[in-house]
Design a protein around this ligand. Structure first.
Ligand SMILES: CC(C)(COP(=O)(O)OP(=O)(O)OC[C@H]1O[C@@H](n2cnc3c(N)ncnc32)[C@H](O)[C@@H]1OP(=O)(O)O)[C@@H](O)C(=O)NCCC(=O)NCCS
Length: 217
């Protein structure tokens, strides 16, 4: 029988690290993602996200998250895409690591974003999952630059970036709702990447590569 991954190529992708499995969030995974977010992602009143989605009341959080997963899926196209990967440790859903690009065929630049439930933070998992998608981008998609950004006070996110060799790429003032946020942009290239001491295991790359029109790379 035809599987979902045969129909929708991004679904075939699975990235494995020593502790983690990263794979696209399926509809069946959304309840686990919502439960992880509801268990808490950050300190109350201190959203690390430009849109404070994790602070929505319970009744709005679930539909908002589901709609975001559907929107990224519906808008996924070679010209602009965001791959939302659920992060699993065995059967436990820990958070989401995303990898996205615009005009990738020309710019060969990817961006990332991520969150972990609080119970999973501070154990090197954020670094492991970011290393996974960056390794995938550099070694499989032949990306030349990986970018990220975080509020200047977000030591955890900037700690992950620094630990992997990202370099500062400018301070910007962004409007996060009605307030100004100082945002630190950071940038990584294959030459500055502090590679992990493990090798990423990848399944399902060929279908995604062809869907993105990256044949010949
Ligand atoms: C950002 C996040 C994904 C990082 O994941 P994590 O598992 O907590 O981070 P790690 O344990 O992998 O830490 C990675 C690095 O940051 C450093 N770090 C972590 N917390 C830190 C802190 N509070 N202060 C300073 N450094 C810190 C670690 O020492 C480590 O550096 P090293 O590898 O050089 O030792 C996670 O904390 C999170 O989900 N936070 C809330 C949501 C969020 O901020 N998302 C990003 C929005 S831009």
């Amino acid at each position: 029988m035809t599987s979902l991954a045969d129909i929708w190529p991004p679904y075939a992708l699975t990235l494995s690290t020593p502790r983690l499995t990263l794979r696209p969030v399926l509809d069946a995974d959304i309840p686990a993602a919502v439960a992880a977010a509801r268990s808490g992602i950050h300190e109350a009143g201190r959203s690390p996200f430009s849109t404070p989605w994790a602070e929505l009341p319970d009744s709005e959080l679930a539909p908002n998250m589901a709609q975001w997963y559907w929107r990224c899926r519906a808008n996924f196209a070679p010209a602009e895409w965001t791959l939302l990967l659920g992060v699993w440790q065995q059967d436990e859903f820990l958070g989401v690591q995303d990898l996205g690009a615009k005009d990738f065929a020309v710019l060969r630049t990817v961006g990332t974003g991520s969150w972990l439930k609080r119970a999973a933070q501070g154990r090197g998992i954020g670094k492991e999952m970011r290393a996974a998608v960056v390794s995938y981008a550099f070694d499989y998609l032949q990306a030349e630059v990986a970018e990220s950004e975080a509020a200047t006070w977000n030591r955890q996110s900037l700690g992950v970036s620094a630990g992997l060799g990202y370099e500062p790429n400018g301070l910007f003032r962004h409007s996060w709702g009605s307030k100004v946020e100082e945002v630190q942009k950071v940038r990584l290239t294959p030459g500055t990447f502090h590679r992990p001491d493990w090798t990423l295991q990848v399944r399902g790359h060929e279908a995604l590569k062809s869907y993105l029109g990256l044949e010949g790379r």
